[in-house]
Unconditional design. Structure first.
Length: 141
């Protein structure tokens, strides 16, 4: 019977590769539950109280008169049932069948004379929570 000797370099290379793969995988798992880093650019800031509620189907939501320093409308939609929702500016949210699994945030430019937002639902029984606020800052998607 002959005994094969492995080169110490090959053994160390194999161990190092195993440690690196394990370390990378463990590092990836740890970051899943970590908070996301803060945005690096300018973020919009609210310049009025938000208007929020729970809605069904297509709705037009009155936001009131915009403050002088308002440049954008911030929107947050949380799906409560399946369907597709489209905002005034064309932003579309596809809601899955499981309630609460889809939440979308958007901010878009306020148009002159605009004081409401229309949410168009593809199905009349689509339910969702919505929050809108006048903002001063850049658009986000």
């Amino acid at each position: 019977m002959s005994i094969m000797r492995r080169s110490p370099v090959l053994v160390l290379t194999g161990l190092l590769a195993g440690l690196l793969i394990t370390g990378c995988t463990a590092g990836d798992l740890e970051t899943e539950n970590q908070p996301q880093p803060a945005p690096t650019g300018p973020v919009p800031s609210a310049v009025a109280e938000p208007v929020s509620g729970t809605y069904t189907g297509t709705q037009t939501i009155e936001l009131g008169e915009p403050p002088e320093d308002a440049t954008h409308i911030g929107a947050e939609l949380k799906c409560l049932s399946a369907g597709t929702l489209t905002l005034t500016d064309g932003f579309e949210v596809i809601c899955q069948a499981s309630p609460g699994t889809t939440t979308a945030k958007s901010s878009y430019e306020l148009q002159p004379g605009q004081h409401s937002v229309t949410i168009t639902a593809t199905k009349p029984d689509t339910q969702y929570e919505a929050k809108f606020v006048y903002e001063n800052g850049p658009s986000i998607r």
